[in-house]
Design a protein around this ligand. Sequence first.
Ligand code: ZN
Length: 58
Amino acid sequence: MGYEFKCKDIGMDCGFDVKADSIEELIPVIQAHAKNAHGINEITPELFNKVKSAIKEY
Ligand SMILES: [Zn+2]
């Protein structure tokens, strides 16, 4: 059991996906990816909500 995030689920043309045991572990990985791969330096509250709703349990 854990949580999974796929970049394409927020509408990005991107094959990145990440799995972790908790959302708390997932967020920093997503932040680092957003910065490195998409040049997003700051996660706005709007984007954060989008990311959170795209996170799925598996
Ligand atoms: Zn991406």
